[in-house]
Design a protein around this ligand. Structure first.
Ligand code: ZN
Length: 142
């Protein structure tokens, strides 16, 4: 295993074991979206709070595999503080990366880059994208 792959694996396991921004809040100013990935059993709910075009807060909760749960944590850290318009660029760039398509490696996606290896495992693409899709849906009308 290369050093880079090893580092990526460590980041994924760290987010899996110590998820950031986990746990939903009872607050009507947040928008909520829930997605299930039946092929793996992933079940994720994402909450976002957008104020004046900026993603002020991101929460997530649910159960699933290490890729799914860790990527929810990474997604929450990546999107927090970003403008909705910036987030839209990050979503499409991230999906392209996960699907093995051309993507902009210079775009700041935080730790999300660690999922670049998922492109080699098409069965796990859904796992790495459910949380992001839920977030995307939750900010859709903002
Ligand atoms: Zn999964």
């Amino acid at each position: 295993m290369s050093d880079l792959k090893n580092l990526y694996r460590q980041v994924i396991m760290d987010h899996y074991k110590t998820p950031r921004n986990k746990g939903l809040v009872d607050d009507a100013s947040y928008k909520k979206f829930h997605i299930k990935n039946p092929s793996c059993g992933d079940d994720i709910t994402v909450q976002t709070k957008v104020t004046e075009g900026v993603i002020e807060d991101v929460k997530h909760d649910g159960t699933g595999c290490s890729i799914c749960c860790s990527s929810a944590s990474v997604m929450s850290e990546t999107l927090k503080g970003k403008k909705v318009i910036e987030a839209e660029g990050i979503f499409s760039n991230y999906y392209n990366m996960i699907k093995g398509k051309e993507y902009d490696a210079d775009l700041d996606m935080g730790d999300a880059i660690v999922y670049s290896g998922v492109a080699s495992f098409p069965a796990r693409v859904k796992c790495a994208t459910v949380a992001w899709q839920a977030a995307e849906e939750s900010i859709k009308d903002e």
